[in-house]
Design a protein around this ligand. Structure first.
Ligand code: HEC
Ligand code: HEC
Length: 377
């Protein structure tokens, strides 16, 4: 006789599962574009918060949510896997042994992604929970592992979905749906768990408070360390006449020295600067060159330019090329921009040298200017 499904997953388990899925999806979708960094950070911290709440719920939660239920020896996992291959594996009211290990693995991977993410944020941006505790080198060194772990999460997710699908077919039960309404067909002797609505509401309140306060996307304070000195008026006047006065922090000092040494043949122009003025400008440029500036953009220029190279163009530095590698050529050709070195057209803070993520507003390249090729007769 088929008995009616009983509540197996309490409300907090289902709520946290939903929030985790949403947080991971949001973090993935916001990971590609630097302009979405704030969303990405919020999503990552949300995932971290959910992991903490889930870990706590392992202490106080109902039967199948408890850490005690996750203490599954390897032998049980192996036996279950063999049973699956033979086709006689038993059904479990909560997670089966294989699923238990998979879940613990997935949660650990996510925890590592969050931790490395916080490290990257501290090192590269100078913001977040570990701000000031990691230098740029360490933060950048964590970037690779952070991405690798994120890919591992994606791989794990595919396995997770495949496992859920397989188990749903095997036990003739809609398991994704059971993670929504919480009910599963009872095994003999299984008893329903309480809903724990109060605990779920408290968790929701914690998440809501976090999102209204520290997790608010615009809550991140502007770090004092990355505010470069204002552009010197003398430099802005003398070097901002024919083109925008690129911030001195965009090239290494040796590039500026070379540029000033060749001022009589400056991209085809003779600047004709009097020696005293040229000396003054050179001093300003070198004083605020990439090596001596606190911004992330300057750091990348200084670190990324091989010591035997002295590029004369900002757009020739490896850092610049890397930052814009994904932008289509049309974006640079489009009307208000027209040239790669018109930084101001896309970066509202170009004159300050900050080049913050939130100041990037490239124009929409729109439709290609070329008419479609004529159809073959
Ligand atoms: C008489 C006009 C003129 C003045 C004044 C001038 N430049 Fe230029 N500069 C040019 C031209 C022309 C180019 C080439 C622009 C291009 O290819 O888009 C150029 C290019 C540059 C570039 C390379 C930009 C890139 O593509 O990344 C730098 C850097 C630069 N100038 C720095 C300076 C500095 C520093 C001063 C002041 C000492 C200065 N310029 C003054 C005309 C001028
Ligand atoms: C056509 C618009 C456009 C122009 C022109 C442009 N940029 Fe950018 N820049 C962008 C976009 C978009 C990004 C973000 C790319 C991404 O993350 O995929 C970016 C990223 C950057 C970054 C990295 C920002 C970060 O935090 O990741 C720096 C630094 C930067 N640009 C500097 C410059 C400088 C210097 C110039 C001028 C020599 C310039 N850009 C010209 C559009 C532009």
């Amino acid at each position: 006789m088929e008995r009616r499904p009983i509540r197996t997953w309490d409300l907090p388990v289902r709520l946290l599962h939903l929030l985790l899925a949403g947080g991971v999806a949001a973090a993935w979708l916001s990971s590609q574009d630097a302009r979405d960094l704030r969303v990405h950070v919020v999503a990552g911290l949300l995932v971290g918060l959910v992991l903490v709440l889930r870990a706590a719920w392992g202490l106080w939660g109902t039967e199948h949510a408890r850490w005690a239920a996750f203490r599954v020896p390897w032998r049980a996992v192996r036996d279950h896997a063999r049973g699956l291959l033979r086709g006689d594996a038993p059904r479990f009211q909560g997670h089966n042994p294989l699923a238990t290990w998979a879940m613990l693995g997935g949660l650990s991977l996510l925890a590592l992604v969050v931790l490395t993410g916080i490290g990257v944020q501290a090192g590269e941006e100078g913001t977040g929970l570990l701000a000031g505790r990691l230098d740029r080198d360490r933060g950048v060194a964590l970037h690779g592992p952070h991405e690798l772990l994120a890919w591992a999460v994606l791989g794990w997710l595919l396995l997770h979905l495949a496992g859920v699908a397989k188990e749903s077919l095997r036990t003739a039960e809609n398991l994704p749906l059971s993670m929504v309404h919480g009910r599963k067909r009872p095994e003999p002797g299984a008893r329903p768990v309480p809903a724990r609505v109060g605990a779920a509401l408290s968790m929701l309140a914690v998440v809501a408070l976090a999102c209204a306060g520290p997790l608010r996307p615009d809550a991140e304070p502007a770090p004092a360390a990355v505010a470069p000195p204002a552009l010197d008026p003398l430099y802005a006047r003398e070097c901002g006449d024919c083109h925008e006065a690129w911030h001195p922090s965009l090239l290494p000092a040796r590039s500026w020295l070379l540029l000033m040494a060749t001022q009589d043949d400056h991209f085809g122009e003779d600047l004709g600067l009097a020696p005293a003025l040229a000396g003054q400008l050179q001093e300003l440029l070198v004083l605020h060159a990439a090596e001596l500036s606190p911004t992330e953009a300057a750091w990348r220029v200084a670190r990324g330019t091989p010591p035997d190279q002295s590029p004369l163009r900002v757009t020739d530095t490896p850092a610049w090329r890397e930052a814009h590698a994904d932008l289509p050529e049309e974006t640079f050709q489009s009307e208000p921009v027209r040239s790669r070195n018109r930084c101001e057209a896309c970066h509202e803070d170009a004159a300050t040298g900050a080049f913050a993520h939130r100041g990037i507003h490239p124009p929409d390249p729109g439709l290609p200017a070329d008419p479609p090729p004529p159809e073959a007769p």
